[in-house]
Write a protein that binds this ligand. Structure first.
Ligand code: SAH
Length: 213
């Protein structure tokens, strides 16, 4: 697993591309510049790692597009030590970006093989999530709720209630909602009972699967 000057140079460019598309949070851009995305992708496809594109990672899953990762991360407005729940660990790229921002990360994945692979892989790069969980993201993670932020990295046909109820007051849920095309939706919990909702454009994700565990 090598990370060279060439890779670093390409990452700097990638961060510039993401910035040009509208991401302004310096800390998020720094994280994109730091996480060695090529190591999250099969080495024979290394060339694809620093293009701003999603890429298949096996088992019908994808590593999210860097712009999308940056966009969702920026919406969470993370400060160091924030407790963040991620739904859809996948290969762990988004997890690594959250860790670069100083978040305390819990992440749920429903595919056993991916869960096992990523559980071994992230620590090798020095990325230590507080806990990676094998389970169904529709349920959130009650044991550690409430969270400062929840990020869903698969397309949800509807907004799972447990995710809203596991937010702190002031906390944010970033979730792409829809079947074929998703609308990036930001919920902010303004009180015990109230949520503010914002819709922030269309994206495409692999589906958040229900009842398949
Ligand atoms: N966060 C990843 C994106 C992975 S793609 C990245 O940084 O690239 C979405 C992931 O969500 C897949 O790994 C998929 O297996 C997972 N997923 C789908 N439905 C799920 C569910 N109900 N609970 C948890 N994970 C789920």
């Amino acid at each position: 697993m090598k990370d060279t000057f060439k890779h670093k140079g390409m990452r700097k460019k990638l961060a510039e591309i993401v910035a040009a598309k509208g991401i302004t949070d310096k800390k998020v851009l720094k994280a994109i510049e730091k996480v060695p995305r090529h190591l999250f992708i099969d080495s024979s496809f290394e060339d694809h790692a620093y293009q701003d594109k999603a890429f298949p990672i096996g088992a019908d899953q994808t590593i999210s597009q860097p712009y999308t990762v940056a966009f969702q991360t920026e919406l969470l407005e993370i400060t160091e030590g924030d407790k963040i729940l991620e739904i859809g660990t996948g290969c762990g790229y988004q997890t690594a970006v959250l860790l670069e921002l100083g978040a305390v990360v819990f992440s749920v994945e429903r595919q056993k093989e991916l869960f096992k692979k990523t559980s071994l892989f992230l620590p090798k790069l020095g990325y230590r999530a507080k806990k990676l969980i094998f389970g169904d993201g529709y349920k959130g993670f009650t044991a550690e709720a409430p969270f400062d932020g929840i990020i869903v990295t698969a397309g949800a046909p509807f907004v799972p209630k447990p995710l809203l109820s596991q937010l702190k007051v002031g906390g944010k849920l970033v979730i792409p909602v829809g079947e074929d095309i998703q609308v990036m939706t930001l919920f902010t919990r303004t009180s015990e009972k109230e949520f503010e909702k914002e819709e922030l454009g269309e994206f495409r994700f692999v589906p958040l699967l229900e009842d398949r565990n």
